[in-house]
Design a binder for this molecule. Sequence first.
Ligand code: FMN
Length: 362
Amino acid sequence: MKIQSIAKLAHKFNPIIKLLPKSLQVLLHSSARLKFMDEFVKNTGASFVPDSKWQRTLWGLKFQSPLMNSAGMFKNGDGYDVVISQGAGGYIGGTSTYNPRTGNIKHGIKLPFITLPNSHVSINTLGLPNLGDEILSKKVITNNKTSPIGWSLMRSPDYEEHIGLENLIKSLWMYHDNPQIDFIEINESCPNISVNSENITNRLVYIAEHFLSKRTRHLPVVVKLSTDTGIEVLKQILDVLFQKRYDGVNLGNTSTNYSYTRQYISPTELALYDYYTKNFSGGIGGISLRDKSFILCDEAIKYREFIKPDYEFHVIRSGGVFGLDDIKASDAIGISMNQWYTGYFTNYLQNGGEVYKREFSS
Ligand SMILES: Cc1cc2nc3c(=O)[nH]c(=O)nc-3n(C[C@H](O)[C@H](O)[C@H](O)COP(=O)(O)O)c2cc1C
């Protein structure tokens, strides 16, 4: 059976699944996601190349469209050929950590996750499962590279902060040594780690001194922040990014602002939303982030125009991107690249491997 048909079938059964006890619903969503992803990464059948008018060049790297996956979709570096053959602008693997991690098991459920399809929202409490940087930094991501490859990594929460940072630096050098990797994204936005701007800026200074300023090849580094980041904190972080010559910012990651998101949840899905956020917490992706990511990017671009760094610094948007209208809105304010996760799979349900074709063939 085609992978898209499996996804459609699961979607069709959703009204029945909704009648089950909520713990069972979470179990079904979580295990279905794992099974689906196992099949999805093998599905390399598409072949769509967006018209050259959609190309974007960032840091001298040519992306075939202004839309690509966001981090976390391919944590172990699979799936490049799948999404690039569909027309994705580029690819990003990870988030990975120095040490291998199995991710969260909560209330007996491995890698908890739900989608709320009527609300266009996803919530995940995966907890950074990945094979670890020793293995992943050596991975051959594709034998058929046509578009840029980024890698997302973060300080492992399994170590005390300073050791974790030292390990992150070791990991950064490992990816520096992998010529397939064209750019790095440092994930400073895991929903399970509190956002404290002073800690973040200190870490960013440390990373700049021990890695950024010592790079011996062209390897742009961007920092991904949470969409819950306040404007003043964003400016403080941007000051450090400009001073230390980071190459960009990604705004941003999932939200843990459950009360804000609640207004976006369809009445038919509120009970499951409340149950999940109360029992599993987790990071929210999807439509409720559309305005947040847009406003944060807009602020970052205005601040960049005000500070005028004398080098190439890009603002990347992630959060609530669902299609061409979002890309046009991003283009209008100078966002350089868009990433999607929840929107990608929402569209995949309708269009299968033609997700990018639907957006960029017009
Ligand atoms: C299942 C899942 C896993 C994710 N894992 C990561 C991750 O490992 N690293 C990361 O930076 N973001 C991760 N994210 C966040 C997404 O990259 C994205 O920033 C967020 O979901 C907002 O985009 P969206 O509204 O298109 O979903 C994950 C999101 C989901 C739904």
